[in-house]
Design a protein around this ligand. Sequence first.
Ligand code: SF4
Ligand code: SF4
Length: 93
Amino acid sequence: MGLFQNVISLVELVRTPEHKLKQQIRAVPPRPRVMRLEVDAQRCSGCGSCIEMCPVDSIAVREGTAEVDHDSCALCGACMSVCPDEALALLEE
Ligand code: SF4
Ligand code: SF4
């Protein structure tokens, strides 16, 4: 179910203007966490593409690897769509 919803989110992401998408994500109320965005440090090249895509500024690159602030991450999956190294994944907690 969670994975299916994330696939739908990615499809909508492609179709939605960026500014409108960010407004929509900020408006989503907090919900119980069942998933978590994980960074595969072996894959991440530290390019920073995910930082610009994140609507809630939950990612930073430190010492060449992306790090996620799990408290603020909205689990939208937007960062995953731009990662050239497939280093990001939403995993069940
Ligand atoms: S899934 Fe990625 S883009 Fe979405 S809020 Fe979390 S870190 Fe930001
Ligand atoms: S887009 Fe991917 S490779 Fe680039 S910093 Fe983010 S996680 Fe790392």
